[in-house]
Design a protein around this ligand. Structure first.
Ligand SMILES: *Cc1c(COP(=O)(O)O)cnc(C)c1O
Length: 382
């Protein structure tokens, strides 16, 4: 490349839009391998179940360090089938964080359970263990901590409460593939954990996909029945189930991407370190807290900032796209009006909903990109 073209490229890079998420770069790099996997699937005509699914399940279980992994159609179905496997019955209550994506609670309702929200800690924004006991009733069956934004919830006190009260625990690890709690991989802390491979997750398919990791082989058998019409063999149905299988093509793609996951996580942590440094000089910005118990894998890089909406518009005017996770807490959503929660029910979640802002985060971001985002934020508060 000539020096002038190079200079032109650098110039355009310094003004080019910075998307919130860029999946294109990752796929350009992997294109040959992905296309080969697709061709292999096409030629075998094996689209549901089969060796690619089994191989991915084994490789993912091994990566997480869990005894078993069961492929699922998506993370929401993974959670729903986990609740059903653990015997959730109509009216049973499940406790989870007020600040999460609706999939965590939708799946509880889909399994005919009742959602009990608990507020989050003001620093990590994961479920506040000190508020869990007050939410337990005689109908409570389980707790679903969410490893939010890629950082583990504080699991030890949660597991202790669950042990004392006879409740089960399922990790919602849909944002936290590869993260750890006190050195242990997420997905191995509770008896079951749900993962999503939605394209934008740290490990994403080229479509919808999900999985559960679990320790109990008897749960694996039930999960495999539930995901495939309740059958033990073709056309023999011990129960009614669902269509909730992982596609073979997605499994093949995921196997290719899983090999890169650790490098991508390193990339995300590097980007977070750059942000941390660049934003430390902007007193208005509260950077994401690093919990002492966690290896954060930065699915999202969420700052808290005053005049958030104006800041967001300012960044957008400079070509920098951002996200909100989440702008309206679940307990205030019309979908959950029937629970009758009012403003003020979960004050930490509500206060942070007004201030949170997710900055661009993906492994391909450069230090220059991060510098541009920080400069744009600085210029807003000046
Ligand atoms: C993505 C996600 C899920 C599951 O999402 P799917 O799109 O169904 O795979 C569940 N919980 C959380 C917290 C998530 O972010």
């Amino acid at each position: 490349m000539s020096t002038s073209t190079l200079r032109a490229r650098e110039k355009s890079a310094s003004t080019a839009p910075i998307p919130f998420l860029d999946l294109v770069q990752q796929h350009v790099e992997l294109e040959e391998e992905l296309v080969q996997a697709f061709r292999r699937a096409l030629r075998s005509a094996h689209f549901v179940g089969g060796s690619e699914v089994e191989a991915f399940e084994n490789e993912f279980a091994q990566y997480i360090g869990a005894p078993h992994a069961v492929g699922m159609s998506n993370g929401t179905d993974a959670l729903r089938l986990a609740y059903i496997t653990l015997g959730l019955r109509p009216g049973d209550e499940v406790i989870t964080a007020a600040n999460t994506f609706i999939a965590t609670t939708e799946s509880i309702s889909q399994a005919r359970g009742t959602v009990r929200f608990v507020d989050v800690s003001p620093d990590t924004h994961t479920i506040d263990p000190s508020r869990i006991e007050a939410a337990i009733t005689p109908r409570t069956k389980g707790i679903v901590p969410v490893h939010l934004y890629g950082q583990a919830a504080d699991m030890d006190p949660i597991l202790e409460i669950a042990r004392c009260k006879g409740l089960w625990v399922i990790e919602d690890a849909c944002q936290a593939h590869g993260g750890t709690y006190k050195g242990k991989k997420l997905g191995t802390i509770a008896p079951m954990a749900a993962f999503s491979f939605y394209p934008g997750k740290n490990l994403g398919a080229c479509g919808d996909a999900g999985a559960l990791t679990c320790t109990d082989a008897s749960h694996v058998a039930v999960l495999k029945q539930l995901r495939e019409h309740g059958q033990t063999e073709k056309y023999y149905h011990v129960i009614e189930g669902f269509t909730a299988r992982l596609d073979a093509i997605q499994a093949a793609f995921l196997r290719i991407k899983l090999r890169r996951l650790d490098a991508w996580i390193d990339g995300r942590r590097q980007v977070a370190a750059w942000y941390g440094e660049a934003l430390s000089e902007i007193p208005e910005v509260q950077r994401p807290a690093k919990a002492p118990w966690a290896k954060h894998v930065y699915h999202l890089y969420v700052i808290h900032a005053p005049r958030r909406n104006e800041l967001r518009a300012h960044l957008q005017s400079r070509g920098i796209s951002t996200g909100l996770h989440y702008p309206l807490p679940l307990h205030l959503q019309p979908a959950y009006a029937a629970y009758g929660h009012q403003r003020g029910s979960f004050p930490v979640t509500e206060a942070s909903a007004k201030r949170l802002l997710s900055l661009p985060m993906y492994p391909e971001l450069t230090q220059t990109d991060v510098g541009r985002v920080a400069d744009a934020i600085r210029s807003f508060y000046r």
